[in-house]
Write a protein that binds this ligand. Structure first.
Ligand code: AMP
Ligand code: MN
Ligand code: MN
Ligand code: MN
Length: 299
């Protein structure tokens, strides 16, 4: 398939911390010209059936997706999984375990916020969580905008909920080895999400990529809503250096909050293997090939 395909392989629904349902996202993807879509909720694949069914009804090619929270060298790293079997039991167990600590963490976050005079944050955040098992910092941020503590969610993350700030609680997520292992054992491809977002030294980043590769990881997000144009190019180099396929995804969460709309990112830089080339047999509702197009490609 073409490396200029309008693939959007990273976004969130109400099943995690997005504000749109899987069905509304499918329609939005289709309307924006997305040609291959994946819903990648945090630590949760409960929206996969709905997303795949909505995509099928729209004739929109679809890959299963998830974004797993991992702790690597004391930092949180996100690993996207694509094209796995959602019925795989080891993957389901691993995700259940990964999201297991969120309730306790949320209560501790609320206690920490109460100490700086922000009360009722646990109940407030829970109101925004479509899936209570997936209560996240984003839901706290929405509550804090609603109550006027901050004007927008970005401001919340600048002043609260991040390391060294009120409301931050250290948390241990899955290991890199486990997350990559669950995805690949379920027949999927593991992808390092938005690598420019992590505050690693050059050595630590090298360790992340090397260990990821050693565990069977095969892709990296090059074009994402979290990267600048310069970062597209530098992570294109990293992808080539490590022999990783390149992915593309907006990380869209909400029409009100996200600065990158579904399906509107630039194409992948040249001379990369698109991650969808590793997943052609995993695509649901594949684009219809006309007999003429089949003849032209010799297939
Ligand atoms: P959690 O998994 O509970 O730690 O929440 C992580 C989520 O918070 C991310 O997936 C983003 O949706 C959101 N987030 C993290 N940092 C920021 C930021 N600086 N601005 C807006 N949203 C953020
Ligand atoms: Mn999120
Ligand atoms: Mn992420
Ligand atoms: Mn994401």
């Amino acid at each position: 398939m073409s490396s200029t395909l309008n693939a959007d392989l990273h976004c969130h629904s109400t099943i995690s911390d997005g504000t749109l349902t899987p069905e509304a996202l499918a329609e939005r993807a289709k309307a924006n010209g997305v040609a291959l879509w994946a819903l990648t909720d945090h630590d949760e694949i409960g929206g996969q059936q709905r997303a795949a069914a909505a995509a099928a009804a729209l004739n929109l090619p679809y890959l299963t997706g998830v974004e797993i929270s991992v702790t690597f060298i004391h930092q949180t790293v996100h690993i996207v999984g694509l094209g796995f079997d959602p019925d795989n039991e080891a993957l389901q167990r691993g995700l259940l375990q990964t999201r297991g600590g969120r309730g306790q963490r949320a209560m501790e976050m609320a206690e920490s916020l109460a100490k700086v005079g922000i009360h009722g944050a646990y109940e407030g955040a829970l109101k925004y969580a479509g899936n209570h098992a997936l209560i996240s910092r984003t839901h706290f941020a929405r509550f804090m905008v609603e109550t006027g503590v901050c004007r927008e969610t970005n401001e919340v993350f600048r002043k609260y909920l991040t390391e060294g700030k009120p409301g931050y609680v250290e948390h241990r997520w899955a290991s890199l080895k486990d997350a990559v292992g669950w995805i690949t054992a379920a027949g999927g491809v593991a992808v390092i999400a938005h690598p420019a977002r992590y505050k690693f030294s050059a050595n630590e980043e090298y360790a992340l990529f090397s260990e990821f590769k050693a565990h069977g990881g095969q892709g990296v997000e090059v074009v994402t809503g979290s990267h600048t144009a310069a970062e597209y190019l530098s992570y294109a180099d990293t992808a080539r250096e490590f022999g990783l396929a390149a992915s593309r995804g907006s990380d869209f969460h909400s029409p009100q909050e996200s600065h990158t709309e579904l399906g509107t990112l630039p194409p992948l830089p040249a001379k990369l293997t698109p991650v969808w080339d590793l997943l052609t047999d995993r695509i649901q509702n594949p684009a219809h090939q006309t007999p003429a197009a089949s003849a032209a490609t010799g297939r």
